[in-house]
Design a protein around this ligand. Structure first.
Ligand SMILES: Cc1cc2nc3c(=O)[nH]c(=O)nc-3n(C[C@H](O)[C@H](O)[C@H](O)COP(=O)(O)OP(=O)(O)OC[C@H]3O[C@@H](n4cnc5c(N)ncnc54)[C@H](O)[C@@H]3O)c2cc1C
Length: 151
């Protein structure tokens, strides 16, 4: 099953964090996990790749090495089953990195192919307290975990 989202909205949360909301028919088969650290493997097309999203991962395996998609893991900040909208928050540093560059320039109508989601962690609602620590790229997973933690 090939999953891909079409960019519906893009916004800057901070100078180094871009929020991308994906939607569309390519997410119709998206099946979330119950975990708050759930993430997808997002596949980014290198410049000049002679194919477009959606593509068959088996077929592009035979593409020239410089044209093969680059996989990067991204936490699911939110998934709204009613609207079929998937929100991902990207740390960006300008034109650095396949994923960061894509998010920096993302515009409505752009497409992103994904594999997953996977995950394995959810906060225990019976815990007395938690200390959640991470760098910027961990903030989306921490935020998703806080939403599911008792006040
Ligand atoms: C399970 C999991 C979930 C993740 N979820 C998220 C998520 O929700 N959001 C997110 O943003 N990341 C997330 N990450 C991290 C993300 O996958 C990596 O940062 C990834 O390498 C970014 O890909 P890239 O192609 O943009 O950059 P790459 O080329 O792979 O690596 C370059 C890295 O250096 C960073 N960098 C460049 N310049 C600077 C600078 N001046 N100072 C500091 N850093 C700099 C870039 O931002 C980038 O992260 C997650 C990782 C894992 C394993």
């Amino acid at each position: 099953m090939t999953l891909y989202g079409e960019v519906i909205e893009v916004g800057r949360l901070t100078p180094h964090m871009v929020r991308v909301v994906l939607g569309g028919d390519g997410l119709a088969e998206f099946s979330p996990t119950p975990f708050t650290d759930q993430y997808v493997n997002a596949l980014f097309l290198p410049p000049g790749a002679p194919y477009d999203v959606p593509f068959d991962p088996e077929v592009v395996k035979d593409a020239a090495p410089e044209h093969r998609p680059r996989g990067r893991r991204y936490s699911i900040r939110t998934w709204d089953p009613a609207s079929g909208r998937l929100t991902i928050d990207f740390v960006v540093h300008g034109d650095v990195g396949f994923a960061g560059r894509w998010a920096t320039h993302a515009r409505p109508g752009d497409r992103l192919q994904i594999v997953g989601p996977s995950g394995g962690y959810t906060p225990d609602p019976d815990a007395d307290w938690y200390l959640m620590v991470g760098d910027e790229s961990a903030l989306p997973a921490i935020a998703a975990s806080l939403v599911r933690s008792p006040a």
